[in-house]
Ligand binder design. Structure first.
Ligand SMILES: CC(C)(COP(=O)(O)OP(=O)(O)OC[C@H]1O[C@@H](n2cnc3c(N)ncnc32)[C@H](O)[C@@H]1OP(=O)(O)O)[C@@H](O)C(=O)NCCC(=O)NCCS
Length: 198
């Protein structure tokens, strides 16, 4: 049973008023949704959506921002490349694979741990599969907060880390001046879902 499907409506966020009162408990994300998401949309850099309660239309349950993206494999180390290309025939011919980036995702603090974030991920994935997808999109990617709960949330939803260790990721991103990465790049191959006939 899907809480979002049964109790919420999806909106494209068009006006600062659309997200008034929304807080997912993360200051940076709350600030982005309240102040920056509109500028991103106006600049065509990211499109924000929210689910609101049907019975209380001012109450935002979940918000997320999506942007076109890609996975560049040509400059990935071989083992990482193989991981991404595991299910791609003739992989050698392509340097980049089309992807959609979950640039931001937050669930209202009033609705945490009720499967709403997972549900939102499922709907996002479906948008990029037949019959809804308008282009070609193979992967969903996210720069997930490097915190055990966030990483396990994405893992629970089928995402895999591109890099096995933080050190590999720091080397790849040429980061030398911090002790710990703030985010970890994770991917979901939409073909896994397409094959299940979802
Ligand atoms: C991460 C987030 C989107 C998950 O949404 P959710 O609706 O609570 O997630 P679900 O109910 O589908 O799954 C819950 C799982 O998420 C993980 N989780 C991550 N952050 C959590 C939090 N603050 N509270 C509860 N669970 C959290 C846990 O592993 C939990 O698993 P469990 O229920 O088996 O313990 C939501 O907690 C949130 O908005 N957090 C703050 C913003 C954030 O970190 N966004 C991700 C940026 S990359």
């Amino acid at each position: 049973m899907s809480f979002l499907r049964n109790n919420c409506r999806l909106f494209a966020v068009k006006d600062p008023k659309d997200l008034v009162g929304f807080s997912c408990g993360d200051i940076d994300l709350d600030e982005f949704f309240a102040n920056d998401s509109f500028a991103y949309a106006n600049q065509l850099l990211g499109k924000t959506y929210c689910y609101k309660l049907k019975e209380q239309p001012d109450k935002v349950v979940c918000a997320f921002t999506l942007a076109n993206a890609g996975i560049r494999v040509s400059d990935l180390p071989n083992a990482r490349k193989k991981k991404i290309e595991a299910d791609i025939p003739h992989a050698k011919t392509l340097k980049d694979y089309p992807a959609v980036l979950i640039a931001r995702l937050g669930v209202s603090s009033d609705f945490k741990s009720q499967n709403i974030g997972s549900d939102a991920l499922k709907y996002i994935k479906l948008w990029f599969l037949e019959p809804y997808n308008k282009t070609g999109c193979r992967f969903v990617i996210v720069d997930a907060y490097n915190a055990p709960t966030t990483l396990s949330f994405y893992q629970k939803n089928g995402f895999k880390p591109v890099f096995s260790t933080e050190q590999q990721e720091m080397d790849y991103r040429k980061i030398t001046n911090i002790a710990e990465l703030k985010t970890r790049l994770m991917f979901f191959d939409l073909l896994w879902m397409a094959r299940e006939g979802v």
